[in-house]
Design a binder for this molecule. Structure first.
Ligand SMILES: C[S@@+](CC[C@H](N)C(=O)[O-])C[C@H]1O[C@@H](n2cnc3c(N)ncnc32)[C@H](O)[C@@H]1O
Length: 275
């Protein structure tokens, strides 16, 4: 388990520092900027949403837009798993307002530092003081039982070496009636051998993706209900076609004649904790 966490931390630490040349989506513009915004728009963000968040909060690491579908309300407590530089935390914070709160959890120290810097800019711009970034693993969330209304996440669960534990933690921290709206890469069928052992494919959120039938089993075993999946094929195609060198190396490793969409897609995963 440790070696996967260490590989992921090292790769995303480089991305947070803007020093990566080979890891993570949009690796050529890891400090954010135009290419990161183009990728975010390809996976479902509007130009207005991106203009309203602090500069540098979007690193082009997303595979969907979970806050678009979470129907967040003023006063709610939201948790973002693997919050990176804070993209979805800041969008959610504007929606829940001064009476709500948004917690981001990320295990990569450099990402948490970047997110906390962005939080200072967010406070100055909005006068909202309603975000907290925690340096922790999503397999052991540092929040009390039944303390969260909505769990969101964006392209992170696939990076966990213990996804059943993450779903148990989600169920633990949710209040009864609380809901889940998670964007992630999921598998339609097992990946070809040529791709599934590539470090690039793991860090790029493909090789750790799981079959939807397995995820459904973990969600139900954790005690969550109302399981629903919205496939986002266009978002997945937008990532794979972004021209990022990392995705180009994954495409090159696919057997001749097959398309990435035959194996995987982006999806929003919905569930609810029963009352
Ligand atoms: C692909 S990036 C997505 C970042 C952010 N959600 C976004 O859309 O911009 C994955 C993030 O998840 C974090 N991460 C990966 N595995 C994690 C784990 N097991 N626990 C906590 N954070 C994790 C990484 O450090 C990284 O910041």
């Amino acid at each position: 388990m440790n070696s996967i966490h260490d590989t992921v931390k090292e790769a995303y630490g480089r991305i947070a520092k803007g020093a990566s040349s080979c890891c993570g989506p949009v690796s050529s513009c890891c400090g954010g900027g135009g290419e990161a915004d183009a990728l975010a728009q390809a996976v479902g963000y509007s130009a207005d949403q991106l203009a309203a968040i602090p500069e540098g909060a979007n690193l082009g690491l997303s595979c969907g837009n979970p806050t678009a579908l979470a129907e967040l309300k003023p006063g709610e407590v939201v948790l973002d798993l693997g919050s990176g530089a804070g993209l979805d935390v800041f969008i959610a914070a504007a929606k829940v307002g001064a009476t709500g709160h948004v917690h981001g959890v990320d295990m990569t120290k450099e990402m948490v530092m970047k997110a906390r810097q962005n939080a200072a800019a967010f406070r100055r711009r909005t006068e909202l003081d309603n975000v907290t970034f925690h340096h922790a693993q999503i397999e052991a969330i540092p929040l009390p039982d039944a303390s969260v209304d909505v769990v969101i996440s964006n392209c992170v669960l696939n990076l966990s070496p213990d996804q059943p534990a993450v779903w148990r933690e989600i169920a633990r921290v949710l209040k009864p009636g609380g809901r889940v709206s998670i964007s992630d890469i999921v598998l339609r069928q097992p990946l070809p051998e040529s791709v599934k052992d590539m470090v690039e494919a793991y860090v790029g959120c493909i090789a750790g993706a799981q079959l939807l039938s397995d995820i459904e089993g973990w969600v139900k075993a954790a005690g969550l209900a109302d399981w629903r999946v919205e496939a986002k094929d266009a978002a997945f195609a937008g990532m794979m076609d972004s021209g990022d060198p990392l995705y180009q190396s994954i495409l090159a490793a696919l057997p001749a004649g097959v398309k990435p969409g035959d194996y995987a897609t982006s999806a929003i995963l919905h569930a609810v904790k029963p009352r």
